[in-house]
Design a protein around this ligand. Structure first.
Ligand code: ADP
Length: 369
């Protein structure tokens, strides 16, 4: 049975509410095993298709910058490839997998996330694949430990997050991680308190997450993708949309240490505002401003929940992951600043390069255990 495991393509899948994350382990030595010639050829074709391309159809992408070479999984050396596509494309993915001959391999794919349940029947019917289902938080933590131990620059923080000219990514040694708070910002948000490798609990969450940002942003600006939403936000000014402490106090609210540029009420500048009436105000606001304000609102809310959880659990290190942080330095810097400022420097926001892929890696690692 071991030989046949080596011969099979090793996949880990995390089928989330928005994105499906697919991790493929490519062994360095293609084993000459007892597979028949047809299976051998199919395996080679799948391997070539996955590793020679970086785009699959119009919606699948391989994140080449995250690729990890020369890593070993249970004694076998190989390369980890990181691929994602919208979960809404699952039907097309299965058609493609069938076309590539997956159904002939009669194998098991490790899967986690809600889609491992939702699409179980489709996998069986379309590509004759059984899903070995793993718990998503267990997978998340296993994947995180595995990757951090093998990727020296995995963990980082943002130094000087409010000063654009001095703000930099700084490597962080996460080899002694416990305890830490794990804030996974996907479509929704989950907060885990992690005390040791095996001891963790889900302590909080919110439905106001990355999916909320994208949905509201599309509605308000007419944008059509996450990338576009982030590009718009980068050019916008949220103070045209939000009501700040200084709009209400004329400056800082010193007695309670609230700075004038703090958002007092998100999106409130569009309802009433000083000299200008609200209709005038709304007509002056740009799509960029609206995108930025949406990003600021969602991010600050998550930061605030994270900070309350960390305080309650007496934990200093808060690790933010999930694809909401993909190509999103604005949100990361805001979280970094918020954690530092409101904890008076006692808490630290940490980030990880493989932000959205830990669940998929973790369930791949549990294969045939
Ligand atoms: P889930 O498992 O719930 O799908 P993810 O960790 O994959 O969660 O994060 C999904 C979120 O990531 C989206 O709600 C969106 O905010 C953000 N995101 C980043 N890149 C993309 C993308 N290419 N398409 C859609 N959403 C994206």
């Amino acid at each position: 049975p071991f030989m046949s495991v080596i011969g099979m393509p090793w996949f880990g899948m995390d089928i989330g509410g928005t994105l499906c994350k697919l991790v493929y382990f490519e062994p360095k030595d293609i084993s000459k095993n007892k597979n028949d010639a047809e299976v051998e050829q199919t395996l080679r074709n799948i391997r070539r298709y996955l590793t020679k391309n970086s785009a699959y159809g119009s919606t699948g992408h391989r994140d080449i910058h995250l690729q990890m070479d020369n890593v070993s999984i249970r004694g076998i050396l190989g390369t980890l490839h990181f691929i994602r596509f919208p979960t809404s494309e699952m039907k097309n993915f299965l058609v493609l997998a069938k076309y590539k001959g997956m159904a002939k391999l009669v194998s098991t794919v490790c899967a986690t996330g809600g889609g491992a349940y939702k699409f179980e029947e489709d996998f069986k019917r379309e590509v004759n694949m059984k899903l070995a289902k793993f718990d998503e938080f267990e997978s998340l933590l296993k994947g995180l430990q595995y990757i951090d131990a093998r990727s020296p620059t995995e963990c980082y923080y943002w130094a000087n997050p409010t000063d654009e000219s001095k703000c930099t990514k700084v490597n962080y040694d996460f080899s002694k991680p416990y305890p830490f708070l794990l804030v996974n910002i996907g479509s929704g948000v989950s907060v885990l308190a992690v005390y040791s490798e095996k001891n963790y609990k889900r302590i909080s969450g919110t439905s106001i997450g990355g999916g909320t940002f994208l949905g509201l942003c599309c509605l308000l600006t007419g944008c059509n993708s996450f990338e576009e939403a982030i590009e718009l936000a980068a050019e916008g000014d949220h103070t045209h949309v939000d009501k700040l402490v200084r709009d209400i106090y004329g400056g800082d609210y010193e007695k309670f240490g609230l700075p004038g540029d703090l958002v007092a009420s998100s999106f409130s500048a569009l309802c009433s505002f000083g000299q200008m009436n609200s209709r005038e105000r709304r007509s002056k606001v740009s799509r960029q401003d609206l995108a930025r304000a949406t990003l600021v609102t969602i991010t600050n809310n998550i930061g605030s929940i994270a900070r309350m959880c960390a305080t309650q659990e007496k934990i200093e290190n808060v690790v933010f992951i999930g694809n909401f942080l993909r190509v999103n330095p604005i949100a990361m810097k805001m979280l970094a600043y918020a954690m530092d400022y409101w904890s008076k420097g006692t808490m630290k926001a940490l980030f990880l390069e493989h932000e959205g892929y830990f669940g998929a890696v973790g369930c791949l690692l549990q294969f045939h255990e």
